[in-house]
Design a binder for this molecule. Structure first.
Ligand SMILES: Cc1cc2nc3c(=O)[nH]c(=O)nc-3n(C[C@H](O)[C@H](O)[C@H](O)COP(=O)(O)OP(=O)(O)OC[C@H]3O[C@@H](n4cnc5c(N)ncnc54)[C@H](O)[C@@H]3O)c2cc1C
Length: 471
């Protein structure tokens, strides 16, 4: 795995030898993401400014070498895993907070700024950026934008796409451009900035982002509601969303996730079939009324206990530990983040129970129920031959169920490699053809993150999505 000599020379001249890694051992550390796939890039570039990004894309286009942009490699879908003989462009050194402008309620950042660092800087001015993935302390704004990352707060405040104003980027054509505007209103036709959000590094490399900031709420309060079973909790979610107060978080855990949160996360929660963690924020003097409205909606059949939670942080910490804990239970865990309309949550949860029983694969569910966004965890044991056979079919059936319920494949993790070949089920033929056409306009030679997001064979064929790149 080598870059062509001429390209290596050009990149060394552009970046300097401390900013171009070519030793395979160094490069390996830039070849994985949280999908457990491992790629072996030929080299890693560490640019510090947008001009270098522009020149390196031009050089790679001329040499027909593909590029995978990288934030911190926390994507769960293989989106950040480079192909053989490719160049990884890591944005870790483009980590400057350019400006925070409270008057205009915006922040300007380089793409390598960590989400958590941005939140801290914005908080000092009384603001926050809405996307709050659990990985916030170690994922980048560039990665958040490229995956349209969300988190619990997306329910009330939106995900990355809803909170971007303008972007500077370099297309696969090797041209720099700016799109969007530093204003909260704009009506000048096609919205390229929001279009780039969720494009997983396949259209352009983002070199600067202007982000919409929101004022920090004065106060917040929490409730936890324990139900006899998942159907009762799912029905409560639908009732809560049918009344006017939008919670700032409405998280769901099924019985298995709840048990884990108690045992691994140390949360002090009683036994039950499902739990809702509900958070309401806003003005201090309005909080009691808002909390009462949500609490009224949470009451209903199957409610065991509804309590004000004065220790929300412990509960959130337990919730954050769920995903890593599940991987220790099932090393081959398959974590999907499907979405259905909230009214279809009861049908989703009962359908998942049926699929788990039919395929003999335990399924643990938790997630951002207020958005209908459930993290479906198939506890796949790779050393069990029955699981190896059943898991791909079970996964395909999960996606079919979600699509039948009017839902979609991913709420926040994106498509990457893992779900690429299911796109043909989720989108109609014309939509897929249009997406391929757009890709060709931004990236005529297909050098940007090839093999991600769009089905490989033009309009795509179905496969299991459990491809051979998984390590
Ligand atoms: C423990 C854990 C918890 C998580 N929780 C959540 C959650 O609650 N919500 C959520 O939404 N996600 C979550 N994620 C997923 C992940 O953290 C997000 O998708 C995050 O946005 C990825 O950021 P990153 O910097 O690691 O990007 P990477 O993984 O490095 O890259 C992700 C994608 O972005 C592209 N990219 C990166 N930088 C750029 C750029 N400058 N220009 C163009 N493309 C670029 C890459 O090519 C790749 O396609 C979680 C992951 C983990 C491991």
């Amino acid at each position: 795995m080598h870059l062509p000599n001429l390209l290596t020379k050009r990149l060394l001249h552009l970046l300097g030898d401390h900013a171009l890694l070519t030793d395979p051992a160094d490069c390996l550390a830039y070849g994985y993401d949280n999908s457990r796939r491992q790629g072996r890039p030929a080299a890693v570039a560490l640019p510090t400014e947008a001009g270098q990004v522009l020149e390196l894309v031009r050089a790679c286009r001329e040499a027909r070498v593909s590029i995978t942009a990288r934030g911190r490699g926390t994507a769960t879908t293989g989106a950040a895993v480079p192909g053989e003989n490719s160049l990884v462009v890591s944005f870790e050194r483009m980590d400057q907070l350019v400006a925070i402008e409270p008057d205009d309620r915006l922040a300007v950042v380089q793409p390598g700024v960590l989400n958590g660092d941005l939140q801290q800087a914005a908080a000092a001015h009384g603001f926050f950026w809405a996307p709050d993935p659990t990985s916030a302390p170690y994922c980048t704004v560039g990665g958040n934008l490229a995956c349209n990352a969300g988190g619990p707060r997306a329910l009330k405040y939106g995900a990355s796409r809803d909170n971007v104003l303008a972007l500077a980027a370099v297309s696969g054509r090797g041209e720099a451009f700016r799109c969007g505007a530093a204003t909260t209103k704009s009506a000048i036709g096609y919205d390229l900035a929001r279009f780039l959000v969720g494009s997983e590094g396949t259209l352009a490399l983002i070199t600067e982002a202007t982000l919409r900031l929101l004022p920090l709420p004065e106060a917040r309060t929490g409730l936890r509601a324990l139900y006899t079973d998942t159907a009762a909790a799912a029905a409560a979610v639908a009732r809560i969303m049918a009344q006017p107060v939008t919670p700032s978080a409405l998280e769901f855990m099924d019985g298995a996730a709840l048990k884990l949160a108690r045992e691994v996360g140390g949360a002090d929660i009683g036994a039950g079939g499902a739990l809702l963690m509900i958070e309401v924020d806003g003005r201090r003097d309005a909080l009691a009324d808002a909390g009462a409205a949500v609490s009224k909606a949470a009451h209903g059949q199957g409610l065991i206990e509804l309590a004000a939670s004065d220790d929300l942080d412990t509960l959130w910490q337990a919730r954050r530990k769920l995903s890593p804990a599940l991987r220790t239970l099932a090393p081959g865990k398959i974590n999907e983040d499907v979405v259905v309309p909230v009214s279809r949550l009861p049908a989703l949860i009962s359908g998942l129970d049926a699929l788990s029983a039919r395929h003999g694969i335990p399924i643990v569910n938790f997630g951002h129920a207020g958005n209908g966004n459930i993290h479906v965890n198939l506890l796949h044991q790779p050393d069990d031959p029955r699981h190896v056979k059943a898991a791909p079919r079970c996964l395909a059936d999960v996606f079919d169920l979600v699509l039948e319920l009017g839902g979609t494949l991913s709420g926040e993790h994106g498509i990457g490699i893992d779900k690429r070949d299911f796109m043909a089920r989720a989108l109609d033929t014309e939509s897929l053809a249009l997406l391929h056409g757009i890709k060709a306009v931004f990236d005529p030679d297909g050098i940007l993150n090839p093999g991600k997001l769009l089905p490989l064979s033009g309009l795509g064929t179905r496969d299991s999505g459990l491809g051979n790149a998984r390590g």
